[in-house]
Design a protein around this ligand. Structure first.
Ligand SMILES: *Cc1c(COP(=O)(O)O)cnc(C)c1O
Length: 396
């Protein structure tokens, strides 16, 4: 373990959590109680999320990847099903398709919103169906906090009878056409992550949100070993100790003290969002109207949640390349990141499915240009300005 740490020195990563004394007090209270897991805080956290998202059912799980895994299982994905998603996301978005035994396919992103391109979703669906293949679902990602084109996706889902999943891990607090509860309205299921870089944190944590009761029951069952004690589900003897396993499930539960942290963090969400939007505004001002840069799209239609601030740099119009920029900024304790390496270019996906460079040119071009600037609640204006000035002095 490396315990060397520079004191009193700011290291700027692309994201980090913000915890205060309230958060800590709430966790300690649970640690002193009788319930460390499966106590009252789990349901309270689920209710808090349900209210915020206008979601009838919420199932808190151990992380965002588990949320996606259970989503695929509960939606009944299996061999011969094709699930379409975006190449610009975290690995889990595509990996959950493989967990269920289904086949992943990708559709390129829209060059302005960086989210999955609905026209190409339709094209691909038509093309696959004409070859007799079964397209079962689309997983869209509200990348960086910018909602996908949900009206178009919903229309396509209806036309081709597709299940629609919103991997909403970036977009807690976003709104679409004036609606901050759009996620479960448009998609059949939405998933969240509470990893420390996301808007709110429980350490590790995630959730599945839906308005579909039947789907929710499946997810809840799978969260705890596929095991039930509910009288109406039991086949056998109804003795007090009796339980039955009716599905092959997992242990994907979230603990009570994590849920206490989640509830406390949710109280601060509005402040978290405002701060992120303010920092983004500062970056927008600094990098707009400059042909070397492209700033993330803002429009009247949507409210951006800015989980990330993806700045596109036209490196060919600068004296820098990306590798060098990373090195120079790293020496000044600005740790940039890139979100993401297109998933289809990961060796596993290339080797197993034959994806190759050139398959999704918009995503690939995006990847060449993208850098994620630090954006999080604790980042002060002066620090954001320091980051802007440093980048400007490097790229000239
Ligand atoms: C963070 C993230 C995940 C995975 O969440 P974990 O809680 O880290 O498992 C999945 N999809 C997207 C888009 C994410 O950003």
């Amino acid at each position: 373990m490396n315990i060397r740490k520079k004191d009193n020195k700011n290291i700027f990563s692309y994201g980090k959590q913000y915890l205060d004394e309230d958060d800590i007090r709430e966790v300690i209270q649970v640690l002193k109680s009788d319930w460390l897991t499966q106590g009252p805080k789990v349901e309270e956290f689920e209710n808090t999320l349900g209210l915020k998202f206008g979601s009838e059912f919420v199932c808190a799980v151990s992380n965002g990847t588990a949320a996606l895994h259970l989503t695929g299982l509960a939606l009944g994905w299996g061999p011969d099903d094709i699930i379409i998603t975006t190449p610009i996301s975290f690995l889990s978005t595509a990996n959950c398709i493989l967990y269920s035994g289904a086949e992943p396919d990708f559709v390129d992103i829209d060059p302005l919103t960086y989210t999955i391109d609905p026209n190409m979703v339709e094209q691909k669906t038509k093309q696959l169906k004409s070859k007799g293949k079964k397209v079962k679902a689309v997983i869209a990602v509200d990348y960086a906090g910018h909602p996908s084109d949900w009206d178009a996706l919903r229309a396509i889902a209806k036309r081709y009878e597709l299940q629609l999943v919103n991997d909403n891990c970036h977009a807690i607090g976003a709104s679409y056409k004036g609606d901050s509860q759009y996620a479960v309205k448009y998609a059949d299921v939405a998933t969240l992550s509470f990893h420390p870089v996301k808007h709110i944190t429980t350490g590790e944590g995630g959730a599945v949100l839906t308005n579909n009761a039947e789907f929710y029951e499946k997810v809840e069952l799978l969260r705890t070993h596929g095991m039930t004690k509910k009288q109406n589900r039991l086949h056998g003897r109804k003795n007090p100790w009796y339980y039955e396993m009716v599905e092959l499930g997992y242990n994907y539960r979230l603990t009570d003290f994590q849920c206490a942290l989640g509830i406390s963090q949710m109280n601060k969400l509005d402040g978290f969002l405002k701060r992120r939007q303010k920092i983004a505004h500062r970056y927008n001002q600094a990098f707009s109207n400059d042909e070397r840069f492209e700033i993330p799209l803002t429009s009247r239609d949507i409210q951006h949640a800015y989980h990330l601030y993806p700045l596109l740099v036209n490196f060919h119009k600068t004296s820098m390349n990306k590798t060098k920029l990373f090195k120079v900024l790293n020496n000044k304790d600005i740790r940039l990141q890139v979100h993401y390496i297109p998933i289809h270019l990961q060796p596993y996906y290339m080797n197993r499915f034959g994806f190759k460079l050139g398959d999704y040119p918009v995503a690939e071009k995006f990847y060449e240009k993208e850098i994620s600037l630090p954006i999080y609640y604790g980042l002060a204006d002066s620090q954001a300005d320091f980051i802007v000035d440093t980048i400007n002095s490097c790229i000239n």
